[in-house]
Each structure stands twice: as structure tokens, then as C-alpha cells.
Design a protein around this ligand. Structure first.
Ligand SMILES: Nc1ncnc2c1ncn2[C@@H]1O[C@H](COP(=O)(O)OP(=O)(O)O)[C@@H](O)[C@H]1O
Ligand SMILES: [Mg+2]
Length: 248
């Protein structure tokens, strides 16, 4: 029987066509293909279920948080609103944005995210992204937009802030090779001055979580304690009076 010419089949055709070409962008886990002017296909390179990721994104979007709209999620594929603009890392490296500005945007994105209610409705937890760093923020005409919600869900705000700091420290100490290099250390120091909550309270949990991540190489895992020490060292300089109230 020939397929019905409904929207789903059209989308299926568009996905097949797009995925047979070259991705226009790629991260550690996913390739991103242009579907048309306004939509992209984001495809994990392994079999997985993107339902939960799409639900968390829809929840955040429903509360006015800047995420790409999710048009469809099926297995390893997501059809997302196409965002236009550089990643924060690209903009920083090109000198289009300063490190203090990057730090302020990261801190503000975390602060706003942690004001959202948890999907479970549990008090004491909020929505956490758990991978919010300069490669996962796109600077668009409508402002900074957060992508890559793979690890997101309900959780304690301080864990999210600790992970952002830890990831910056991994780059700062040279464990994760990234063109930002040592500039990530300056970014980390500024970020810790502005970050919401308590960035070190759940740092050990952040290290444990990162250790379990499949995308981490053995060398990166081996240097996690050094990265955590770098965060603690920088955070010791944080003015005590400016540490906002802790969440339970
Ligand atoms: N909605 C989008 N619109 C435009 N580009 C995107 C979009 N989502 C991702 N990208 C591009 O794809 C790259 C990798 O996406 P990301 O979701 O971070 O994948 P990974 O999980 O592999 O890191 C991003 O750096 C960005 O350049
Ligand atoms: Mg990413």
C-alpha cells in the first residue's frame, strides 16, 4: 500500500533526505542536519530514546525558558527549531563576546533554569540541565538559547552549577582539549563570582556523575579530581556575603 501523503510521511521523507547528506554541525554525541530553513534533524549516533529529553525541553519552554522548539522526537531523532547564531564558545573565540559576558550569561541561564518547578512537583528540586557550558548555548537574535538537554531532568540546583564549573575546570586544566584552553580558567573564575546557589556543595556528586558519563575518556576521568580541586580553589575566593541562599 502506498504511504498516505500526510505530514508524518513528508517529515519522514525530509529526514531521510537530510540524513543522507553531510551534517551541518556535530557534537560529541549527535549530528545535526538541516531539514529546511526553520528545522534541523538532531540524531544521536547510537540507538536511544529522546522522549524524556523532548518532554523536559517542552516543560522548560512552557515556562518561558529559552530552548529550541521540539517538533518531533522519535528514537534517536529529534526535529528541532533551527537556531541561528554561534555557540557561546565560537563567539568568545572570535572576540564577539567577552569572557565576563559569557560568565554572566551562563550564571543567569542557570539561575533562571533553577527557578522552574520540577516536573515531579517535588519541593527542593528543580529542572537541571547538567551540561550547561559554552558549547551548549547558542547566541541567537532572541538571546542565548540552551541546547543539548540529554542529561536534563529534575534535580538539585547546586548539582547543575557544580557541573558547569567542573566542565569549565576540565578545559582550564587542559584535560578536555578545547580551543578556549586557559581562557576557560578565567571564565570559571568569573562564573564562580556570579553563579547562583553554592557551586561546591554538590561538587563530589558532580564528579561522580561525570565519571559515569560514556563520553568521558579514561584520561579525562583520571583528571576529574584535579579539575574539582581547581573549582574549590577558585571558589574559596568567592566573597562569602555574595553566596545566595542555598536550596535544600
Ligand atoms: N536547534 C539547533 N539549531 C541549530 N544548530 C543546532 C541546533 N542544535 C544543535 N545545533 C548545532 O549542533 C551542534 C551539536 O549539538 P548538540 O545538541 O550540542 O549535540 P551533542 O550532544 O553532540 O553535543 C551545536 O554546537 C550546534 O552548532
Ligand atoms: Mg552539545
Amino acid at each position: 500500500m502506498p504511504p498516505a501523503a500526510d505530514g508524518r510521511d513528508c517529515l519522514g521523507d525530509a529526514i531521510r533526505r537530510a540524513a543522507s547528506g553531510d551534517p551541518f554541525a556535530a557534537g560529541r554525541e549527535a549530528d545535526v542536519f538541516l531539514l529546511d530553513d526553520v528545522r534541523v534533524l538532531r540524531r544521536y549516533r547510537y540507538a536511544t530514546d529522546t522522549t524524556h529529553e523532548a518532554e523536559v525541553m517542552a516543560h522548560a519552554a512552557g515556562h518561558g525558558y529559552p530552548v529550541p522548539a521540539v517538533h518531533a522526537a522519535n528514537g534517536s531523532d529529534m526535529v528541532l527549531e533551527r537556531l541561528r547564531g554561534p555557540t557561546m564558545a565560537q563567539a568568545g573565540l572570535a572576540g564577539e563576546i567577552s569572557l565576563p559576558e559569557c560568565a554572566a550569561i551562563l550564571a543567569e541561564l542557570l539561575r533562571r533554569l533553577h527557578e522552574l518547578p520540577a516536573r515531579s512537583g517535588h519541593g527542593g528540586s528543580t529542572i537541571v540541565h547538567l551540561d550547561l557550558h559554552p558549547e551548549n548555548v547558542l547566541l541567537t537574535e532572541r538571546g542565548p538559547v540552551v541546547i543539548d538537554w540529554r542529561n536534563a531532568g529534575d534535580g538539585p540546583a547546586d548539582l547543575d552549577t557544580a557541573l558547569t564549573a567542573l566542565i569549565l575546570a576540565q578545559v582550564a586544566i587542559g584535560s578536555i582539549k578545547h580551543p578556549l584552553g586557559a581562557a576557560a580558567g578565567e571564565l570559571l573564575d568569573r562564573f564562580l563570582e556570579l553563579a547562583p546557589g553554592d557551586p561546591t556543595r554538590l561538587l563530589d556528586d558532580a564528579v561522580a556523575l561525570r565519571r559515569r558519563q560514556l563520553t568521558m575518556s579514561p584520561e579525562e576521568i583520571g583528571a576529574l579530581d584535579t579539575a574539582a580541586a581547581r573549582v574549590r580553589h577558585a571558589n574559596a575566593d568567592r566573597p562569602a556575603g555574595e553566596i545566595p541562599t542555598r536550596r535544600s
